[in-house]
Design a protein around this ligand. Structure first.
Ligand SMILES: Nc1ncnc2c1ncn2[C@@H]1O[C@H](COP(=O)(O)OP(=O)(O)OP(=O)(O)O)[C@@H](O)[C@H]1O
Length: 234
């Protein structure tokens, strides 16, 4: 990923702190995502991964530190302005249109072609309403909608990509994430299955209790999943 290393960072967090009211969750987080990189964000429950993504996306206001998007400090830029810059956030809740069929949803965002290419299953479910899809199908639709709605996504923030989904669906979603990054999009992804995400990631950060406790190339972690697991134990 030499090219990625040279490129200007899509995202840079410097000494970032954030929390809820008086409860501080994130402490002094430094993190970088370059265009074309898949960066895995790992860590045990409650480590602060969701809080970090929400802060980066603009839903939570930092209490300290700085966020740079594509080289410029984004200060208190609201969510929609970050979206305009190409930041796309896919939260834990599977955002599909519950009352619309798959066909209607895809038509709405003009993503019929992409869906057929990325997830043929969605074409088979064209007449089903979003609310009645399986969890995996909903997540495939949500990812397709997320990519289509951000007209030119340059940074994708994904929380809990495959929570509760079958391994095959997880692999398919992660392949799509990898392929999206290969078009030049920077991706920061929270995924419970460390082994699977590390197979596609370039680098990984491990968080614990609101702090980044380790960072490194994904290949290093792939060979040391036991060491990684030990970081999860508090
Ligand atoms: N809305 C909230 N109000 C107050 N505290 C919160 C809120 N949301 C999360 N927290 C707290 O912030 C800490 C970090 O939670 P967060 O959801 O960011 O962790 P996480 O790493 O994403 O965990 P998980 O893997 O379980 O989703 C936890 O201690 C949690 O209780």
């Amino acid at each position: 990923m030499a090219e990625a290393a040279l490129a200007e960072a899509a995202l840079e967090a410097r000494g970032l702190s954030a929390g809820y009211g008086r409860v501080q969750v994130l402490r002094d987080v430094d993190l970088t995502v370059r265009p074309g990189e898949v960066v895995a964000l790992l860590g045990p429950n409650g480590a602060g991964k969701t809080t970090l993504l929400r802060t980066l996306a603009g839903y939570l206001r930092p209490t300290g530190g700085e966020i740079l998007l594509f080289g410029a400090s984004c200060g208190r830029l609201p969510v929609y302005k970050r979206c305009r810059q190409g930041v796309s956030f896919m939260g834990e809740e599977r955002h599909v249109f519950p009352g619309l069929t798959v066909r209607q949803s895809l038509r709405l965002v003009r993503a019929q072609g992409e869906a057929a290419e990325l997830f043929p299953t969605l074409t088979e479910r064209a007449g089903h309403r979003g609310a009645l899809l399986s969890g995996g199908e909903q997540q495939m639709l949500a990812l397709t909608l997320t990519l289509a709605l951000a007209r030119k996504p340059r940074l994708l923030l994904i929380d809990e990509l495959s929570l509760g989904l079958a391994p095959l669906v997880r692999e398919r979603l992660l392949d799509t994430v990898r392929a999206t990054a290969d078009t030049g999009v920077g991706v920061l992804v929270v995924e419970q299955n460390a082994r699977s995400v590390l197979e596609r990631a370039d680098r990984a950060y491990v968080m614990r209790r609101g702090e980044v406790v380790r960072e490194g190339p994904a290949e290093e972690w792939r060979g040391d999943l036991d060491g990684l697991a030990s970081l999860y134990l508090s």
